[in-house]
Design a protein. Structure first.
Length: 332
C-alpha cells in the first residue's frame, strides 16, 4: 500500500511536468505574422481576372501600413516565385489588419509591368498565440497595351453629322426629257452566276482550358498524359507549390510527383488529393476549386486539426472525381 506522502509527491511531480511541457509546446508554436498572395498578368487590361491571365513570375509586391498621421509606419517588399505567389514574414506578430499590398514593379516580366492594379487590403485568416496568417486578394500587373488576342470592346457607332440632310435639287426642271412618254424598256441579258466553291472546314475544337474536366491522381501519374502538366512540372517541389507551411510538414525536397503517390497516412493522403486538385485547377477553369482556393484550403488544413485535414482531403477527392469526368487524351 502506497504511502499518502509519496502519492502526493508523485502527483505534484507529474502535474508540474505537464505544465512545463505545455508551456514549452506553446513557446514552440509561437510565430510571426505571415502574408501570402498571388500576382497575375492582366493581359487584356480589363482590371479583373479572366482565363487570358496567368500567374506572374518576378513581380515585386509591397506591403505597407499607414499611421494616423498618414505617414507610412511599416513596409516590406517581396518577389513572386514561378507560380506568381509570394510570402512575407513580419517578426513580432504586428497587427496588419490596417495594411495593404500592391505591385511595386517587376524583375523578369517587363512586358507585363507597365502599370500596376489597385492595392488590396490584408485579410486575417488565422490567429493563435503570436502566430497570424493574412491573405490578400489577387493582385494584377498590366502591359502597356492589351494583347492582340483579347476581345475588343464594343464602341458606339459614329453619329451622322447631318441628321436631316436636305435633298439635292435637280438641275434639270423637266423630270422626263424623253419626248416619248411611254418608252419600251430594252431587256438586259442575264448570265448565270457561278456558284461559290464549297469549302469543308474542320470542326472547331474547344480550348482544353475552357472545358470542364476533373481527373483523379492516378491519371496525372500516367506518362501518356504528361503533356497536361503545364504551369508546374512533376519535379516541382511541394514547398514551392504550396508555401512554407507545406515545407514544414513535408520538407523541402519532396516533389509533386512523389506527393501524388501518398498512401497510408492522413497528411500524405491530403497532399495527394491537394496536389491533384491543384493540377486540375490549372488544367480547367471550370474545376470547382480555383488555384488560390486549393492553396489556401491546403494551408488551413495543415495548420488545423487532424479532423480538418481529413475533411479537406475528402472535399478535394470529391472534386477530383467529379461528374464531368476526366477529359484527357493521350499526348502525341
Amino acid at each position: 500500500m502506497s504511502h499518502p506522502i509519496i502519492m502526493d509527491s508523485l502527483l505534484s511531480f507529474f502535474f508540474s511536468t505537464a505544465i512545463l511541457l505545455l508551456s514549452t509546446a506553446v513557446r514552440e508554436i509561437r510565430g510571426d505574422a505571415m502574408v501570402t498572395g498571388t500576382v497575375f498578368c492582366d493581359q487584356c487590361k480589363d482590371g479583373q481576372r479572366s482565363f487570358f491571365d496567368y500567374p506572374l513570375d518576378g513581380a515585386k509586391v509591397m506591403v505597407a501600413c499607414g499611421g494616423n498621421d498618414g505617414q507610412m509606419t511599416m513596409w516590406k517588399e517581396e518577389t513572386t516565385n514561378m507560380l506568381g505567389s509570394y510570402t512575407m514574414r513580419f517578426e513580432g506578430s504586428p497587427d496588419l489588419r490596417g495594411c495593404y499590398a500592391q505591385v511595386s514593379g517587376t524583375t523578369s516580366n517587363a512586358g507585363c509591368g507597365a502599370s500596376a492594379g489597385p492595392p488590396e487590403n490584408l485579410k486575417l485568416m488565422f490567429e493563435m498565440f503570436d502566430m497570424a496568417l493574412y491573405t490578400v486578394d489577387a493582385l494584377i500587373s498590366q502591359p502597356a497595351q492589351p494583347m492582340p488576342f483579347c476581345p475588343t470592346r464594343s464602341s458606339n457607332p459614329t453619329p451622322n453629322p447631318n441628321p436631316n440632310p436636305k435633298p439635292t435639287p435637280n438641275p434639270n426642271p423637266n423630270p422626263n426629257p424623253n419626248p416619248n412618254p411611254n418608252p419600251t424598256p430594252t431587256p438586259t441579258p442575264t448570265l448565270p452566276l457561278p456558284s461559290p466553291p464549297s469549302v469543308k472546314l474542320p470542326p472547331l475544337r474547344p480550348a482544353p482550358f475552357l472545358e470542364a474536366s476533373a481527373c483523379p491522381s492516378q491519371n496525372w501519374l500516367m506518362p501518356e498524359y504528361k503533356c497536361y502538366w503545364k504551369v508546374v512540372s512533376p519535379d516541382t517541389k511541394v514547398a514551392v507549390a504550396f508555401g512554407l507551411t507545406a515545407a514544414g510538414r513535408y520538407g523541402t525536397d519532396m516533389t509533386l510527383h512523389e506527393g501524388l503517390q501518398g498512401r497510408g497516412d492522413l497528411y500524405r493522403t491530403l497532399l495527394r488529393e491537394g496536389t491533384t486538385a491543384l493540377l486540375n485547377s490549372y488544367n480547367s477553369i471550370q474545376f470547382p476549386y480555383p488555384t488560390l482556393g486549393v492553396i489556401t484550403d491546403m494551408n488551413l488544413a495543415l495548420m488545423g486539426s487532424s479532423r480538418q485535414a481529413l475533411l479537406t482531403a475528402l472535399r478535394f477527392k470529391r472534386a477530383n472525381s467529379g461528374k464531368v469526368g476526366c477529359k484527357f487524351t493521350p499526348c502525341n
